[in-house]
Design a protein around this ligand. Structure first.
Ligand SMILES: [Zn+2]
Length: 75
């Protein structure tokens, strides 16, 4: 699709690194599937994937994790 940010680039299948911060906790998800703009590098992540990330984040927070770096795995 056409990039909504720069309006110049097209997006391609790629991967993003997503950092979620909540209170004292920092969670980093690597290798998250995303559409990445070839021009400006803007990352577009599917809503279902974002929901999945937040579910993982909630689990980690409940477990008292303060810093976690993990590879994203689709359910
Ligand atoms: Zn762009």
């Amino acid at each position: 699709m056409k990039c909504l940010i720069c309006n110049l680039g097209e997006t391609r299948e790629g991967f993003a690194t997503v950092t979620l911060e909540r209170g004292q906790a920092t969670l980093v998800f690597k290798h998250v599937p995303a559409q990445v703009c070839t021009n400006c590098g803007e990352e577009y992540i599917d809503d279902a994937v974002v929901r999945h990330l937040f579910e993982h984040a909630e689990e980690a927070l409940e477990a008292g994790v303060e810093l976690d770096v993990r590879q994203y795995k689709a359910a």
